[in-house]
Design a protein around this ligand. Structure first.
Ligand code: SAM
Length: 283
């Protein structure tokens, strides 16, 4: 892929700089991680003040990731996973979910945040089937040609590629080309697990999305775009999306409504409706 002329803010290498908030730590903070600095807490507070239920976006997203991994581990024979932008380890991570079904399932985690890399490597030290690498996930060749990916992943067999809660951190309209490069590299029968901040194009929900986007894009993190259904679908071109629940047509769903574990006793908050997920198979 051609070198982009300007880099998205999240492509600028992240150092452990306590004066710069990190996407991974802010997101992790919403999920309950204690690895947050004052500067991250300030971003979290700004978001929660603007949209008190914003935490539902992080929870909905992580719940989707966990259910999608469980589904693929149980219902396919695929035993190799590439998890792009894996984030800080939380209670349930991709390798823990899929290795519960197949203890030899291989997982390569990719991130560019030094705190994620340090925690990830510490957690994985004794797991020979799991690797953690540093690369720019918006430069697919950095991931796909990385020596650890080439060693752990057999590209003649189906693979699960995760891009969950990541592509909204790429500014501009290059997202479809990035995903195209990943999808092209996958063998037939592979799956993609994908989620993205969502502008539902319903005035009162769009207003919620825009409040959060304003804080992320105009603030020190500089990235976090809520995209419409058409814009998200463009990134999934070439995939056969599966049904997101028994009564829906194949396609995208609000993360909290993608094969939920059970009935929702309370209606989803407006914020929870501002993140969508999909699982697609490469024919
Ligand atoms: N995938 C996890 C999940 O859904 O629970 C974490 C999502 S978190 C919102 C986004 C992650 O992408 C962060 O850990 C961040 O460090 C990582 N990230 C953002 N831009 C990146 C880049 N250019 N290269 C590698 N990782 C990046």
């Amino acid at each position: 892929m051609a070198e982009p002329t300007t880099k998205s803010p999240s492509q600028v290498p992240v150092g452990v700089d306590p004066s710069r908030p990190s996407i991974a730590r802010v997101y992790g903070g919403f999920l309950g991680s204690k690895d947050v600095y004052e500067v991250d807490r300030q971003v979290m507070e700004r978001i929660s003040t603007a949209v008190p239920e914003a935490v539902d976006i992080a929870r909905g997203n992580r719940g989707f990731l966990n259910r999608a991994c469980r589904f693929l581990a149980r219902q396919t024979d695929i035993a190799q996973y590439i998890d792009c932008g894996s984030g800080l380890p939380t209670a349930e991570n991709t390798h823990q979910i899929v290795q519960r079904v197949n203890e030899q399932a291989r997982v390569v985690y990719i991130d560019n945040d030094p705190v994620v890399l340090a925690h990830g490597r510490a957690l994985l030290e004794e797991n020979e089937y799991v690797g953690m690498i540093s690369a720019d996930i918006f430069e697919p060749s950095q991931v796909l040609e990385h020596a650890v990916v080439r060693k752990q992943i057999d590209f003649t067999e189906p693979v699960v590629l995760l891009h969950v809660g990541t592509m909204h951190h790429l500014t501009g309209d290059g997202g479809a080309a990035v995903m195209r490069e990943y999808i092209d590299a996958l063998p037939s029968g592979s799956y993609v697990v994908f989620s993205h901040f969502f502008d539902p194009e319903v005035p009162e929900l769009t207003a919620v999305a825009k409040r959060i986007e304003g804080i992320l894009v105009n603030g020190p993190m500089g990235a976090g775009q809520f995209r419409t259904r058409d814009e998200v679908m463009e990134m999934l071109d070439g995939l056969e999306l599966i049904k997101p629940n028994p009564l829906s047509e194949p396609g995208l769903a609000v993360c909290g409504q993608w094969w939920p574990d059970g009935p929702e006793l309370k209606p989803l908050s407006a914020a929870a409706q501002c993140i969508v997920g999909a699982v697609g198979r490469k024919p």
